[in-house]
Structure formats: C-alpha cells, structure tokens
Design a binder for this molecule. Structure first.
Ligand SMILES: *Cc1c(COP(=O)(O)O)cnc(C)c1O
Length: 490
C-alpha cells in the first residue's frame, strides 16, 4: 500500500529518488565505455528471467532491478566514444526538470490540467518563433520531429484542399492531385506522413540535389512548373535544414523564392539544424527559415534535451485551426481558457517544455548555442583529420556534425571497403567500446559519426578512429570474415 505518490509516501519517495540518483551518478562516474557489450542473447535472457506475474518486490528492489538491467546495459550517449545517431548528451537542469514533470504530471491538453504549464509552453513557442523570425507565429510541442513533420504536412494538405474546394473541386478530387516536393535526403517521415495522410503512392516527388545532397533550386522550379502543367497541386515543399545523413542545409532562401513564386507552402525540417537558432556564430546558415510557413525543431537533438522535446511552429497562427476539434467534456468551442489541445494532434500530453525552459534559464540561449558550435567545430577538425588519413576515406564534407567515411587503405578495393562497413560497425558495437553508425551515400555504404557531445575532444574521436582502423585491419587480415554470407547475415 501507499506506493502512490502522496503525502503518505513523500518520505519514501525522497529515499527512492536519492538512492536511484546516487546509483545513476555512480554509473556516470564509472562508465568506461558507451555500452556493456552484452550480446542480444544475454540481454534476452535477462529479460526472460523476470516474471511479470510474480508478487511485487517493493519500490526499492524494483528500482534496483531496473538499474541492473537498464543502467548496466544502456547505450550512454554522454560517453565520448558514442558517435552513432542524433542523440545528444542531456543538460543537467533538463534532467532534473524531468523529475518535476514526472512528479507533478501535468497534462498540457487543457489549461485546467496544467495552468502555468500552458502559459510557459506558449511562451517558449513564442520564443522559438522569435528566433526563427516569424512576426507572429504559433505552434505546439510534439513528441518528435516525425510528429512535427506529420502535423505540418497535415496543415499543408488541409490548406491546399481548402483552396481547391473553394474553386469548385470535390475534396476527394483535390486530395488525389496533391504532391509533396522533397529530396532523397529528406527524412523518411515525409514519405511516412504522405502514407498516413492518405495521399497517393506517387505523392512525394523527389527533386534533384547537388553533390552534397542539397536541393537544387532550379530543379525545384522545374518540378513546380511541371506539376502545374499537368494539373497536379504542389501542397508543400519540404526543405531540410540539417539532413540526417549528410548534415547539410538546403538553400532555404532560394527555395523560399520558388515557393513564393508558385504560391506553395514551404516547410523547413530543422529537426537537426535547429541548434543554429541559438548559435552565436552560425545563425546565418538558417537565413530564409523565417520565410517558411511551418518549421520542425527537435530540441532533443541539438538543444541537449532528453527525449522527447520537439515542436512544430507555423508563421500564420490560423493555420493551426485544421487540427482543432471541440469536445464538450474537454475544450468546448466557447472555452475562454487557452487549451493547447486545440493546436495538437495529441490529447494528453507531457510538459516537455519545462526541460527546455529550465535549460534556457540555467545556461542562457548563448550557452546552448555555444555547445552546438563546439560540436560543429569538432566535426570540421575531424573532417580535416580524416582527409589526411591514408587508411580512411572521407565521403564528402558535411555542414553540421556528421562525418561520413570508409576504412579503405590503399590495398583495399572499393568492393572490400563497402563490405567492411557493416562489419566494422558491428565489431565496434559488440565490443561496447565505441558506437558508430552506417548509411548509404550515392549508392555506396559508409560509416557515419554523428558528433553531438560538446565535451568530446579531437583525441576522443581519434581513439574511435583507431578502433575503426583496428577492426578494419583485423577483418582484412582474416579476409574470410568478409564473405558474402557474413554480410548477408547482418
Ligand atoms: C531526426 C529527424 C527527424 C525525426 O525526428 P524524431 O524526433 O526522431 O521523430 C525528422 N527530420 C530530420 C531531418 C531528422 O534528422
């Protein structure tokens, strides 16, 4: 009894929190590598050994068990040898604010379930719009970039359909004509959203990019003209400010020119690049973002926030009406209070804004921007380093903090280097000593570092590259390892 958070359990809550936080702090002090290196079979055994129908262990034992499982076998994003995906180390004030969110547990759907939380979220939305350069924007926090992109595309779809319906089309006929214009470097959530929004299989048109995967504005102009000529409706152009793989920014201002010319909704997916909004030295890379009709930002990528913390912003507040539904039991049409559910795809919704609020208050916006700058500086130096390295081959330069490369000493053929990519990644991951990612660029596999830790040094990255070289050399040595069967098993 008395396991629920209340006056009676307050003392035990403090004890359980202290014990848990102490244990976590110990792990942070002692974590020698990003991952334990336990095999999936070992981890499955640990999970299988837990009987969820057994009698309760009590809070403290259950938490100790959780630490044995999760604390022991987590992937630690703060470790300097973690350089795989877009996961950032998290700011201390944000992590502690999570404890407030968990204990108070407000729901941001209506004012009467969140009170000041709603006002704080709205202020952060306004702040973000101000940083983007929207004169009077609006928006809402979401669970992530995927949801933000979905919501933006939903608003764009409804706007395009409304215009066609006003011109005499049926809704179904209008919907059939809709096309989203993006590039092959756009995030896959664009395609997924098109499916969720009920658009046709040919509804995402990918236009040509330059050698770094950036949208070619001339190709965009041509695509928009062609669509108009065949009576298809471009409902949205998705420009990416920070592509997930190549870390490049589409030319926002030139794309905005084309969108203005054709009267098309511009969505800027800045899930990765949004940290530039607070960068003291590189804000100009986002020039043109203020001309977007909608923007996605992921604070849990480049603002050092715990998952999840993201937002979708619009330059015209009235666009959000397309997700507004009223229910007598929640947010009646005559409500005078500000109910954020009127602007959101979610109903019950976490107070994710508090983490960002606390971080901004603790570090200041410049403090966050300087951390993002630090990883961009580091990435530039790592590019130089790899460019000079005889064993490693740089795969193009990126503008943000990803680094694409292959292990390919002179005696290794392209085909061998390609086969080595997944094997090297796996050897590193299974050792637990470093985590790097892999992807495919221009049809060839390559390794990818995503640097998002401002405390990682060039020497830290050199150590990861040494592990790559070591794994690569060992695999080449035992060449039988690099067989087609082995690759097929990955
Ligand atoms: C990560 C990413 C997304 C998806 O964001 P989630 O928070 O993972 O849902 C969308 N767009 C881009 C460019 C991204 O890098």
């Amino acid at each position: 009894m008395h396991q629920l958070l209340s006056a009676t359990s307050a003392d035990r809550y403090v004890e359980a929190m202290r014990e848990t936080v102490d244990r976590l702090a110990g792990r942070l002090r002692d974590t020698a590598q990003p991952f334990s290196g336990a095999s999936r079979a070992q981890l499955q055994e640990l999970v299988d050994a837990v009987d969820l129908d057994a009698d309760g262990l009590g809070t403290r034992s259950a938490l100790r068990e959780a630490d044995d499982l999760v604390g022991e076998h987590a992937v630690w994003f703060h470790h300097p040898a973690y350089a795989a995906h877009l996961n950032c180390p998290v700011a201390v004030p944000a992590v502690v604010a999570e404890a407030i969110v968990a204990a108070v547990n407000p729901s941001l759907d209506t004012y009467d379930q969140s009170t000041i939380g709603t006002l704080m979220e709205r202020k952060l939305v306004d702040w973000t719009c101000g940083r983007i350069g929207f004169a009077a924007g609006d928006g809402v926090f979401t669970s992530g970039g995927t949801q933000s992109n979905l919501q933006a595309l939903l608003l764009a779809r409804e706007t395009a359909i409304a215009a066609r319906v006003a011109a005499g089309d049926s809704r179904a006929d209008a919907a059939r004509r809709l096309v989203i214009v993006a590039t092959a470097s756009s995030h896959f959530s664009v395609q997924k959203s098109a499916r969720l929004l009920g658009l046709g299989d040919d509804a995402v048109l990918l236009v040509r990019t330059d050698a770094r995967g950036r949208m070619d504005p001339a190709a965009l102009a041509g695509a928009l003209d062609t669509l108009a000529a065949i009576d298809r409706v471009a409902m949205c152009v998705v420009a990416t400010a920070g592509t997930t793989d190549r870390g490049c920014l589409d030319p926002l201002a030139l794309i905005a020119d084309e969108c203005d010319r054709a009267g098309v909704w511009l969505h800027v997916d800045a899930a990765y690049g949004c940290g530039l909004l607070v960068s003291p030295t590189r804000r100009h890379l986002l020039d043109g973002i203020e001309r977007a009709r909608s923007v996605t930002v992921d604070f849990h990528k480049s603002f050092f926030q715990p998952v999840s913390s993201s937002a979708v912003l619009v330059s015209r507040p009235e666009d959000l009406r397309h997700v507004t539904w009223h229910a007598d039991y929640l947010n009646p049409a005559d409500a005078e209070e500000p109910n954020q559910v009127d602007k959101s795809l979610q109903t019950t919704r976490r107070f994710d804004a508090l983490k960002l609020w606390t971080t901004l208050r603790a570090l200041g916006a410049d403090g966050i921007g300087e951390m993002f700058d630090a990883v961009l500086d580091l990435a530039a130096r790592v590019h130089d380093e790899i460019e000079r390295d005889v064993d490693l081959e740089l795969v193009g330069r990126t503008e943000l903090s990803t680094v694409l490369f292959r292990y390919q000493p002179v005696d290794v053929t392209d085909a061998q280097a390609d086969r080595l990519v997944p094997l090297v990644r796996r050897v590193l991951f299974e050792s637990g000593r470093a985590a790097v990612a892999k992807t495919v660029v221009d049809g060839r596999p390559c390794l990818k570092l995503t640097l998002l830790n401002p405390e990682t040094t060039l020497d830290d990255v050199r150590a990861v590259l040494d592990l790559v070289r070591g794994a690569g050399a060992a695999l080449v040595e035992g060449d039988d390892l690099v067989t087609a069967a082995e690759v097929g098993a990955l």
